[in-house]
Design a protein around this ligand. Structure first.
Ligand code: WTA
Length: 631
């Protein structure tokens, strides 16, 4: 099923149709999938409750669409090339036929443990093929997967397991990333001390660490699947049944479980994959994201497999064993579409140019970027050195909540402009709102980015707390989905993302709520109170700056900051460790007790004067103290 738009004229035509006749437009696309029963209505929705239903009454199983459907024509085609952490280890490839067998075996294995439709299964795994198998095995039997990025700590894992009341964890004995290894099983054991819902833990042997297995609870992955049949009927799912939960950070301390459902997510990830990347049959696609983030879900697993693509799963990191790893891998597999994050580009730009020029990158047809705004310097370097001024760059803007790419060029068919994500995909109705919630129509004006009509892969709820979904996304501006981002639009209608307008920091493309980090800091023995803000960071995009009030008279600042950094690692994960921790006497607050973050942000950005109106501050002298501390 080729869902590709093939010219800019067709884009304009399809876009208009998607807006004026959304039912016909999406029905036509959805008809190219395999349904056990066709839907009764294409879309029913209101953004007030919110209640959004796509392909209502339709019955399907997404794995039949990404495996069974391809078997006759693509059984022997490679679905994934797996590239290990170190190039001297043996790489592996798996065909669609083999993937089908592996998925069926694990599906039967899960069933033998009592996992049923609707049960939640937590996946805490490295970047290996079995992670995809685990995801698809859940989908095949109708279990809801909740993938937790393997960089999260045991506390973060426990919070997410408890929120979802998961029944089973699928994990590995450990993982290798660069020259480090992580004992994932140990993290799981630690997490499960505070979880009561987990009945079984399935452990894949990845690094031969011979981790201790708990009797009656832990099962070796291979022993579980060995005896299982290689056929497993796919569970019939309603289009609106839950497919997965993925936790993401927001402005409060507790991450929320974004819920995606089977039918709409299937249709939109396949449609956006083929169009944004202009994927043609036979191409080799590589998305470098981790499976634990939405980018991995949509553009390593679901979009490519639904489209019968061949793609790459990379276990390692861009700078191991040297900074040429991405470029060697592109050369090795003759990658046609390469999709990575600005933070990786900015870090690789600083290394010897020979790492790039030593490799043949001529297979590339398109290069892409995701996760955070890409600055002009990185955009130009990427375009000239990796794309050889010959490949379109697609800057794709989207979110965990949107399920798939919303704004971007279409693989070179639509206009491309450095630092602009570009035009909306068909079916997407972005608007910019001013502070009063009125739509801005003029060009080159900044506003709050919202969307005024649903698309098939919009989130449906936040797990176990629908009010939170309503409050976070649908109540700031009535009748609109609010993205939390600010943007501007040029005279050609291209969007440029400015960044978050809420209390979310985007560190190397990973989202953290300031409140979430503050909670972790405040759990430290020395911390009394803290305020966290983002500041521009040359590689990570944004860095984390923490101001902390402490209770530790006879302790050195170094001991205090180490202890605080450890607390964040323990409660969230190493990825959320503050880049700068400043011990302060007090936080600048208004008379009503609100922290003046605006001022703290300015100081973190290095601006030490011009704070605007500070007359509402309870104690203005604190500002001078803080500035002294910076110097
Ligand atoms: C930011 C990642 C600028 C944005 C797919 C958004 C971007 C948040 C871009 C979602 C981009 C993502 N340009 N900013 N191309 N892509 N963002 O949920 O602030 O991990 O709201 O989804 O990342 O992050 P998430």
């Amino acid at each position: 099923m080729d869902l590709r738009i093939k010219s800019f004229e067709q884009y304009e035509h399809d876009y208009a149709k998607s807006i004026h006749q959304p039912d016909e437009f999406w029905a036509h696309i959805a008809d190219s999938f395999q349904w056990k029963k066709r839907w009764d209505s294409v879309v029913e929705w209101n953004f007030d409750e919110p209640k959004i239903e796509w392909f209502k009454g339709g019955k399907l199983n997404i794995t039949e669409n990404l495996l069974d459907r391809h078997l006759a024509s693509k059984g022997d085609q490679v679905a994934f090339h797996w590239e290990p952490n170190h190039p001297s280890e043996t790489s592996k490839s798996i065909t669609y036929g083999e993937l089908y067998t592996e998925v069926c075996k694990l599906s039967n294995g899960l069933k033998s443990l009592g996992v049923q439709k609707g049960d939640r299964v937590c996946i805490y795994m490295p970047m290996v093929i079995e992670s995809v198998v685990a995801i698809l095995a859940c989908a095949r039997i109708g279990a809801v997967h909740s993938i937790i990025f393997a960089g999260f700590s045991s506390n973060a894992l426990a919070d997410r397991i408890n929120d979802a009341q998961a029944k089973v964890v699928i994990t590995s004995d450990g993982l290798n990333r660069g020259d480090k290894s992580v004992d994932l099983k140990f993290m799981v054991d630690e997490a499960l001390e505070s979880c009561t819902s987990i009945e079984k833990v399935i452990v894949l042997d990845c690094i031969h660490s011979q981790s201790k297995m708990k009797d009656g609870r832990d099962i070796d992955y291979n022993s579980l699947i060995n005896e299982q049949s290689s056929d497993c009927p796919a569970e019939e799912m309603d289009a609106e049944d839950m497919l997965f939960i993925l936790y993401t950070s927001g402005s409060t301390g507790k991450p929320k479980g974004v819920v995606h459902t089977c039918g709409g997510y299937m249709v939109y990830t396949a449609y956006s994959f083929q169009n944004v990347f202009q994927y043609e049959q036979g191409d080799v696609f590589w998305c470098t994201a981790d499976i634990g983030w939405i980018t991995g879900h949509s553009y390593i697993v679901y979009g490519p497999l639904l489209s019968g693509a061949t793609s790459i799963i990379f276990e390692g990191i861009p700078t191991y064993p040297d900074a040429g790893r991405f470029w060697q891998t592109i050369d090795k597999y003759k990658v046609n579409q390469f999709y990575t994050a600005p933070t990786a580009i900015r870090s690789l730009m600083s290394f010897d140019h020979k790492f790039v020029t030593d490799q043949d990158l001529s297979s590339l047809k398109l290069i892409g970027s995701v996760g955070e705004p890409i600055n002009e310097e990185a955009w130009n370097w990427y375009y000239e050195n990796i794309g050889k001024s010959n490949c379109p760059i697609i800057d794709t803007w989207w979110q965990t909540e949107t399920g798939g790419v919303m704004l971007s060029g279409l693989g070179g068919l639509s206009p491309m402009k450095a630092t602009y994500a570009g035009l909306p995909l068909p079916g997407i109705c972005p608007v910019l709102l001013d502070a009063e919630g009125k739509e801005i129509h003029e060009a080159d004006t900044e506003g709050y980015l919202c969307v005024k009509f649903p698309w098939p892969s919009i989130l449906r709820t936040t797990y176990g707390d629908h009010e939170r979904c309503k409050f976070t996304y649908f109540s700031n501006y009535k009748g609109y989905y609010f993205t939390g981002d600010g943007a501007r639009r040029d005279e050609d209608g291209l969007y440029r993302i400015i960044g978050r307008v809420d209390d979310v920091i985007n560190v190397s493309g990973h989202r953290f709520g300031t409140a979430e980090i503050e909670d972790a800091i405040n759990k430290d023995q020395y911390a009394i109170e803290s305020a966290v803000v983002g500041y521009p960071h040359p590689i990570k995009g944004q860095g984390i700056y923490a101001y902390v009030v402490v209770n530790a008279e006879h302790t050195s600042d170094l001991d205090i900051t180490n202890s605080i950094a450890n607390s964040v690692s323990q409660h969230i994960g190493r990825i959320a460790k503050p880049d700068k921790i400043q011990v302060v006497k007090g936080l600048p607050k208004t008379r009503s007790g609100k922290i003046m973050r605006r001022i703290l942000r300015k100081i973190a950005e290095g601006e030490l004067s011009n704070f605007g109106d500070t007359s509402t501050l309870l104690d203005p002298t604190l500002i001078d103290e803080i500035i002294k501390g910076v110097k």
